[in-house]
Ligand binder design. Sequence first.
Ligand code: KIV
Length: 265
Amino acid sequence: MNSVSKPVTVTTLMRMKANGEKIVALTAYDYPFARLVEDAGLHLMLVGDSLGMVVQGLTSTLPVTMEEMVYHTRMVARGAGHAMVLGDMPFMSYQTSISEAVGNAGRFLKESGAAGVKLEGGAAVCDRIRAMTEAGIPVQAHIGLTPQSVHQMGGFRVQRDEERLLADAIAVEAAGAFSVVLEGIPAPIAAKITTQLKIPTIGIGAGPHCDGQILVLHDMLGLNDRHQPKFVKQYARLGDLAREALRQYAADVQNGAFPGPEHCY
Ligand code: KIV
């Protein structure tokens, strides 16, 4: 990928949209995987609060804390080079007040080395987006299927209210967001939003016409054996590989094949 010779910034992403060059993003949660994502030349690493589900084994993202997000973002930022690292604002880190929202967003930049933050919500969180942007913090918005609202949505459901989705997208752009994640939205609606916005849209379950795509790392690498949404494409089966390696190790220890002479001092 040719846009990653210099560190990726909000300006790079705007230019990529203008040039019709797709933005490639993934989540990352720790140093070794951040190294791999970086080596593959991806543009954006999001330390998603999805870590609650794919790393911590929770059934939703709601219990994830700011401390945990800062901890994971720090590890990812150490492994990233050119890719832009974003920290995901966890549930209740920005909903209670604007000042708490700006303070918590600032922690990602001050304490973890992220270059920006992401938060869920459309028109309802525009005052937060505006305040963070005014404080110099790049903000990526996230509309459509917003997992922190799982109880309000009645489950992880595709969102189809075109009028509301368009209004949310236009509102977050006007509030200063530099990009917006479109999750769980019919492809024609995501295409319409992408055409109407100047800022790049990053799709996940939103079809092929977004300016970029993101997936959850553990889903696409086959490290998550829970139910996978329709939009996930699995590019590897690392879970199966790891299971086989672990069985082999156990067998080797039990039958005396490991350690061999070459492993001894
Ligand atoms: O938490 C997360 O990983 C996300 C992405 C899937 C967009 O919000």
